[in-house]
Ligand binder design. Structure first.
Ligand code: SF4
Length: 330
């Protein structure tokens, strides 16, 4: 008996820097699970990166293959999922243009992340037409592959809502064509940077997948802990400590329970607690590092994987655009 076709999902990442542990335990861990259940298209969103990096776009190129290396090293399998580069599929620009024609301006202006991002990225001038239309480009990405669902964190949910509205509007104007994608809301563990702020490339506080084991060790040993534990015998609270969420991921249940108990009565010191964490993180990252090294030495293999994914995605995109052009009569 033929297997029922898997539902399709699409998700992407902007190549604006190396991937860190926050990315690993956020989007990537989720993608790893989803790849067995869904037909997955994962893409490198270089045009999206251009919306904020347009003044100095050279850096974008440097991170494209690095991103593919990271994806494979953490366990995404290009044999079962399709990886592609957004700018290699020119149909995305055409669909973006067509969807721009039917998207009311008010939908974009009311997008809550638009103003938030402008404040967050105040060092960059993003009061541009391209940045306002960012969610329309995202809608083009998603609808191009007729995705049934999109995995997102809560902060990205309004963008997918907008994609759903754009799909409905297209279907209403020209005839049923695009599936209206569902939101696959994902809970991600909140991992902060080593200084206790949001883990971000711009704060220089992240542990990267490309870091050497020495760097991982050095960075983790600098991690801030509960400020109440200024002295060894001061009791602490793991729930306010930057380290504890990492233990919850990397340490066995008995260690987590022990730290949770002993920290509160100063039965364990922060130095010891960090040492235990570092050993576990190093152990977990070792296979990632080995795979990374292999792929970095065999970069042509990585390039070929991306090119094969581009070919497959392009064929899909061409079919979608043929259908779209027919419906609007072009
Ligand atoms: S003992 Fe561990 S969990 Fe408690 S404050 Fe120190 S580092 Fe954080």
């Amino acid at each position: 008996m033929e297997e029922p076709a898997k539902k399709r999902i699409l998700s992407g990442m902007r190549p604006t820097g190396n991937l860190h542990l926050g990315n690993l335990h956020g989007a990537l861990a989720n993608w790893k699970e989803l790849q067995y259940e869904y037909q997955c298209f994962f893409f490198i969103a270089d045009w999206h990166a251009l919306t904020t990096e347009y003044k100095d776009p050279k850096g974008i190129q440097a991170y494209i293959l690095e991103m593919v290396i990271d994806w494979i090293s953490v366990g995404l399998d290009p044999e079962i999922s399709t990886f592609f580069l957004q700018s290699a599929i020119k149909e995305h620009t055409e669909l973006h243009l067509i969807l721009s024609m039917i998207t009311p301006l008010a939908w974009l202006e009311r997008n809550p992340t638009y103003k938030e991002q402008q404040q967050e990225l105040e060092s960059k001038d993003i009061a541009t037409y391209g940045f306002l239309g960012y969610p329309v480009l995202q809608a083009a990405d998603i609808l191009m592959y007729q995705a049934h669902a999109v995995p997102v964190g809560l902060d990205q949910a309004p963008h997918v809502e907008l994609t759903r509205e754009i799909a409905r509007r297209f279907n209403f104007l020209y005839g049923e064509f695009f599936p209206v994608p569902e939101l696959l809301l994902t809970e991600v563990p909140k991992l902060l940077g080593i200084d206790g702020r949001k883990m971000s490339k711009s704060y220089n506080n992240s542990v990267f997948l490309s870091d050497s084991l020495e760097e991982v060790r050095r960075k983790l040993s600098q991690m801030v802990t509960d400020p109440q534990r200024a002295r060894r015998h001061d009791p602490g609270d793991p729930e306010v400590c930057v380290l504890f969420p990492f233990h919850k991921i990397y340490s066995p249940p008995e260690t987590i329970a022990e730290i949770n108990r002993e920290c509160r009565k100063a039965g364990i010191g922060c130095v010891d607690c960090k040492k235990r964490l570092i050993e576990k993180v190093i152990e977990a990252l070792e296979p990632v590092r080995t795979k990374r090294e292999y792929l970095s030495r065999n970069i042509d293999e990585v390039r070929q994987i991306l090119e094969a994914g581009n070919r497959k995605s392009r064929a899909f995109a061409e079919r979608t655009l043929t259908g779209v052009r027919e419906l609007i009569g072009f």
